[in-house]
Design a protein around this ligand. Structure first.
Ligand code: HPA
Ligand code: ZN
Length: 324
């Protein structure tokens, strides 16, 4: 089964590139850039990864990314991840990036975007991995800041496939960003948003109605609202579910209690992703293998989940038919 899961061509639709920063690279970049971290060793970094909830994780996530300063750091970060993904049978990766978090530290937009662009070109050439970039807005920051970012990104418009919404969910409903997402659509960008990870089903509904998202990141709390499940199913909206992330951030206590089997039974279109693999205990293959272990799914289920991701990916039709 492990061989089957490994060779299955997998598309990763829900990934934060800053969340792929492994402790080894974090320490190496801290040294290279003279950044002081509150950790003395790789082991100490790993020991800190015991999160009570999303907010507790985000604190370490923003701290970890403080080692990223130069274009080469972003290139190394992404290449390191893409090489690991390639070894796990991943053929396509869609990366959320959080420019606001870097701008706030004085790292210019072009540094972030040019570093990632170099990695994307190399991944296509060296690993035959296609990639797409998702411009994520931090939902706990002012709406005006998101609008300014969208304007600043105009010269780089062609590098992006979509806009997304991430960071602390509770108390930050998606509807606030309706105008930003409307402008993004006018620029020809697709729309996705995190909703229903920690937040209530009402946030998922808001993301659908006010942000007009084509995919919901996480969305696992939709089951609390049968009417919403019906809407998601009718519209064929994909939920990018991240099993190990949900365990790590205590959305569920154990994977065996995860709503994934019920989401499948409800007839929803699902994909599996790793979210922040360096922080949550594994990449795509680990997520697939954990589901096999917890739910005993057979090959047909994994084939369907992997096919859903390729069907829904932001990629050219030529690339899609190559992968189907
Ligand atoms: N949820 C919300 N925002 C995030 C996450 C997550 O898991 N990772 C990085 N930003
Ligand atoms: Zn996420």
């Amino acid at each position: 089964m492990q061989d089957f899961l490994k060779q299955l061509p997998k598309a990763e639709l829900h990934l934060h590139i800053e969340g792929t920063l492994e402790p080894e690279l974090m320490m190496a970049l801290a040294e290279r850039n003279g950044v002081t971290l509150p950790y003395a060793s790789v082991e100490e970094v790993r020991r800190a990864y015991d999160f009570a909830d999303l907010s507790a994780f985000l604190e370490l996530y923003f701290l970890g990314m403080s080692v990223l300063r130069h274009e080469a750091d972003f290139e190394d970060l992404a290449m390191d991840y893409l090489r690991r993904a390639h070894a796990e049978g991943v053929v396509h990766v869609e990366m959320h990036v959080d420019p606001q978090a870097h701008l706030a530290r004085g790292v210019p937009l072009e540094t972030v975007l040019n570093g990632l662009e170099r990695a994307r070109e190399r991944a296509a050439r060296e690993l035959d991995i296609s990639t797409a970039l998702i411009l994520a807005f931090l939902r706990d920051k002012p709406v005006e800041e998101a609008m300014q970012l969208l304007e600043a990104v105009e010269p780089y418009r062609e590098r992006f496939a979509a806009v997304g919404l991430d960071s602390a969910e509770l108390g930050h409903p998606p509807g606030r960003f309706a105008e930003v997402f409307q402008c993004a659509r006018q620029m020809g960008l697709a729309c996705v948003a995190h909703a229903g990870e920690e937040g209530p089903p009402a946030y998922i509904r808001e993301a659908l109605e006010q942000l007009q998202v084509c995919r919901v990141d996480h969305g696992v709390r939709c089951l609390e609202d049968p009417g919403l499940v019906e809407t998601l199913r009718e519209r064929g909206i994909v939920l990018t579910v991240c099993p190990l992330s949900n365990v790590s951030l205590k959305v569920v206590e154990r994977l065996a209690e995860h709503p994934l089997p019920r989401l499948l039974e409800a007839g929803l279109r699902l994909t599996l992703s790793s979210d922040d693999p360096a922080y949550f205990g594994g990449g795509m293959l680990d997520n697939f293998a954990a589901c096999r272990e917890a739910f005993g799914w057979g090959e047909a289920t994994f084939r369907q989940l992997a096919a859903n991701a390729i069907d829904e990916a932001f990629m050219t039709e030529a690339r899609r038919s190559e992968l189907q």
